[in-house]
Design a protein around this ligand. Structure first.
Ligand code: ADP
Length: 162
């Protein structure tokens, strides 16, 4: 059975993330969405808020788990019995960092492979950061994030709900 861990901050989850999750579920038997607890950047949403948004967006998929983790992603993946760390690639800008991380992880544990999926073209410009920026300036993020996230951003920033 193939298990992939999809790690990230998901602050908040976007339709770009969701696209990757759906496609990941077509390739892997089991997908674990793993929210990193030890992120250096100050998060906009609490862990519980982020988990709730992911849960609502993913809507109880039988082969998808939602979890949190601390410390090295590679150790978490190995503990979970995962053979793959799944990451997304948007622009060239993602590439250098992802290449470094993938190689470092391989060095730390050779039995877990990092695999990349290219972003879907309609979401190549979508990141949690840009979505928060737009919402904080009261712009509409409709179509870029799940409905639950539009609602949470509207509560936080007063951005439009449609
Ligand atoms: P991190 O803080 O680890 O980058 P993110 O939550 O920002 O966490 O992203 C998690 C993963 O999802 C990363 O591999 C990132 O490249 C990928 N990702 C984010 N947005 C998109 C998108 N629009 N399309 C495809 N992959 C994406």
């Amino acid at each position: 059975m193939s298990t992939a861990v999809y790690p990230g901050s998901f602050d908040p989850i976007t339709n770009g993330h969701l696209g990757l999750i759906k496609r990941g579920l077509e390739v892997f038997d089991r997908l674990i969405i793993a929210v990193a607890l030890n992120v250096r950047k100050e998060p906009c949403f609490s862990i519980d808020e982020r988990l709730d948004m992911i849960r609502e967006a993913v809507n109880n998929h039988p082969r998808c788990e939602i979890d949190t983790f601390e410390g090295l992603t590679i150790n978490y993946a190995a503990d979970k019995g995962a053979n793959v760390i799944l990451r997304g690639l948007r622009a060239v800008a993602d590439f250098e960092y992802e290449l470094q991380m993938a190689n470092m992880n391989k060095k730390l544990n050779n039995s877990v492979e990092t695999m990349f999926m290219m972003t879907e073209e309609e979401y190549f410009f979508v990141s949690s950061k840009t979505v928060k920026e737009v919402a904080s300036l009261k712009g509409s993020v409709k179509g870029l994030v799940p409905t639950v996230v539009t609602r949470k951003l509207a509560e936080k920033f007063g951005s439009p709900v449609d």
